[in-house]
Design a protein around this ligand. Sequence first.
Ligand code: EPZ
Length: 417
Amino acid sequence: MEKLAINGGRRLDGKVMLQGSKNSALPILSACVTVNGISVIHNCPDLTDVTAALKILEHIGCRIKREGHTVIVDSTDANRFDIPDKLMREMRSSIVFLGALLARFGAACVSSPGGCEIGLRPIDLHLSALRKMNTYINETGGFLECATDNLCGADINLAFPSVGATENIMLASMGSSGETVITNAAREPEIIDLADYLKSCGAEIYGAGQSVIRIKSGKKLHSAEHTIIPDRIVASTFMACVASAGGRIAVDGVCKEHLAPVIPVFETAGCEVSAKRNELVIKSPERVSRVKSLGTMPYPGFPTDSQAIVMAMLTKAKGTSVISEKIFENRFRHVPELIKMGADIRVEDGRVAVIEGVKRLCAASVSSSDLRGGCALVVAALGADGKTVVDEIHHIDRGCEAFEICLSQLGAEIKRE
Ligand code: EPZ
């Protein structure tokens, strides 16, 4: 099992190029199924989750070609609407293939994704919306058999602005008749990017990025080319790395607007942050300051995916910080590992963490429990005394491309063993 060995206490300096967004690439790759043609997707990150999505596309009958960060998906001969359990389990967000398969074939057979490390993650909002679009869904033995003789547009009011449910409705509506209106839709930048890809294929979508999305269906989608947005969560991860280790770095290829929910948090912690065009420069303070109270929210609130890395940064802050995790019920699994490194963190009712800043962290052997939790351990290790070993790093490879190589470029002493 691969591990990361990190010698902490080295200040970071230099520039790093930001990867494409995982949470944009995955729904867009699923969306390729709704197009009877060729999709050329640029800036597609090289991640194990992306590889899992490509395996599903091949299973469905698409031809795939990868040239560096460009993926070419030819879905002309796609001919299957079932996804084996083994492929579904490799990546939780394979559930968004459901809407795409229904749009293309009027049927879909997939296993229910079930929970994961960070929470129960039900899909009730996905299924109730698809049922409203005239889909018959039979849920038995952890499998979902879905069929429709005529997908219909519908008015769907989401009880919670779920990212996945919004994406599944957008994809299903590519094969429906009439108009679909999603109210209380997710507003994440990844939703806008999915809409931009579908629009480049000829779809008519209005209001992506706002709470009400209107989709005029019945358009035959055609081949297209699209460039994936930069990964705002990985950008925030590099920002936390320099805040923890000390130093000054530039992150190239960012979209400043997408970082609006996180930049003020780093400024409150005492970092100097400047961004022009698509380059962000961040300089750490001598010692980070506490962030009095921080709560995770749907976009444009503070992202739950940046919660763990910011917590790791605040373990050495002056004063007490309080973080409330309001999206997922089990997203503090990195806490016991940070405590092993000398952090002083108390969790109340599983959703609120009180972080008493300590002067120093010490090295330890720690284990990643999930993608963002694993990144948080690397953030802490960069600012700790001695050599930390982080294992179970397959979690990190799901979302961060060549993480240790990027950090080495910035002067960190880190290697994969
Ligand atoms: C997406 O997950 C992201 N994944 C997650 O990133 C991210 O944490 C999450 O959105 C929130 O921003 C991808 O884009 C691939 P949701 P998703 O549906 O779509 C509840 C990462 O680290 N809910 O917005 O699964 C759900 O349980 C990953 O990159 C229902 O109750 O998130 C959760 O509490 C982790 N019923 C909340 O809504 C439903 O039918 C948010 O879920 C759907 C969701």
